[in-house]
Design a protein around this ligand. Structure first.
Ligand SMILES: Cc1ncc(COP(=O)(O)O)c(C=O)c1O
Length: 379
């Protein structure tokens, strides 16, 4: 069995209960939720609403009906950017953002939305004082990646949220890399919006994502259609969550996500974070000791993604050698975040990224370090 160290892309394996719940939802429930009064449909509805409550509890969201199920974090982010920003608006983003933010904004900028970049340090941290310089006048929205998918840099979200709230600017927090690893309270931070993948550290299957929008923020839906409610009207209902959930939902995905969150709550976010950050720290130390290796260590680490490069070896070649010679799966290149690499000074070749997950063992990290040592000694 390969050693899988690409959990920042998607977590693998999943807890056994996730596989069971996906199978149960598909095999035993099967019906479309919110669409019928027969038993199976009611069961499907109950399953979806229980999952919604679990998401709300995990992120301390006071209004569960403001939690929406999407396809992934990319879709969640697109809904916010395209439904909130209009021509003439200004949005400020950090220089560590993912293409899930950069690409929709590129398109919106062609339609008259002004995009400003708040520059992070060379280790990937956005200082609140730097962001503050973009607040005269305040923008319509701030977008912040909670932790970088390139080097795991954690942003000072408490201070940044305070700054945004002081000026009445909604903050969209991209928690794709931190949901399930870092404690997040949408209530305490008074987040405007929160986007998260279901398939990364929330441990759900692919094809499911989460979005929260604070009540009172008028975000236009990206997609309109059947919701199973107010069907006599040809206008999209205002009622939430229906407003942002048109069409048949991904029942197996939602069921699997609920099982993933249950698993996280059983283990505890703190215990999960400690395990993953301990492995990341072993990696940082072990890799830094190797000749010619540069590790892009953040000021404060928020996730397990460890990026490094080796003098004279292309990251893609190294990834290939680890796969072919040692059956170790790591990610190489730009990780869909070119501006983050410009910030860290690793553009355009990118880095090798190793991202352990909850099921990764110390022995697997030691095997990777041994493989690296062997590869470098052969040069
Ligand atoms: C920081 C960050 N934001 C957004 C995304 C997009 O997530 P998804 O694949 O769920 O759309 C990712 C995925 O890699 C990410 O790491």
């Amino acid at each position: 069995m390969a050693i899988y160290l690409d959990n920042a892309a998607t977590s693998y394996p999943k807890p056994a209960s996730v596989y069971r719940m996906v199978d149960h939802a598909l095999r035993n429930v099967g019906a479309s939720p919110g669409r019928g009064s027969y038993r199976q449909s009611r069961e499907a509805t109950a399953l979806v609403e229980a999952a919604r409550n679990k998401v709300a509890r995990l992120f301390d969201i006071p209004h569960a009906e403001q939690v929406f199920f999407t396809k992934n974090a990319t879709e969640s982010i697109n809904i916010v950017l395209k439904g909130w920003l209009r021509a003439g608006d200004r949005v400020v983003i950090s220089s560590m953002e993912h293409n899930a933010v950069i690409r929709p904004l590129r398109r919106l900028s062609e339609g008259g939305v002004e995009v400003e970049i708040a520059q992070c340090s060379v280790q990937g941290r956005l200082e609140p004082e730097v962001l503050q310089k973009h607040f005269s006048p305040p923008p319509r929205l701030v977008v912040l990646v909670h932790a970088s998918n390139v080097n795991g840099a954690l942003q000072p979200v408490d201070e940044i949220a305070k700054l945004c709230n002081h000026h009445g600017v909604p903050l969209l927090l991209d928690a794709a890399q931190t949901g399930g690893i870092q404690p997040i309270s949408a209530r305490d931070l008074n987040l405007g919006m929160l986007a998260c993948s279901g398939h990364k550290s929330l441990l759900g299957p692919p094809g499911i994502g989460v979005l929260y929008i604070r009540p009172g923020l008028s975000v236009s839906p990206l997609i309109e259609g059947g919701t199973g409610s107010r069907s006599e009207q040809d206008i999209q209902p205002e009622l939430c969550p229906d407003r942002y959930e048109s069409g048949t939902p991904n029942l197996p995905g939602i069921a699997g996500l609920a099982a993933g969150i249950e698993f996280i709550c059983e283990k505890g976010v703190t215990a999960i974070r400690e395990h993953e950050l301990r492995l990341a720290s072993l990696l940082e130390k072990g890799l830094s000791d190797l000749p010619g290796v540069k590790v892009y260590v953040p000021e404060v680490r928020g996730s397990s993604a460890v990026s490094f490069s080796v003098e004279g070896i292309n990251p893609a070649d190294l990834g290939y050698l680890l796969d072919q010679g040692f059956d170790i799966a790591v990610r190489t290149g730009l990780h869909c975040a070119p501006m983050a690499h410009q910030t860290l000074g690793t553009f355009p070749e990118g880095t090798v990224r190793v991202s352990p997950g909850f099921f990764t063992t110390t022995a697997e990290i030691e095997t990777l370090l041994g493989a690296m040592q062997q590869l470098l000694s052969q040069r």
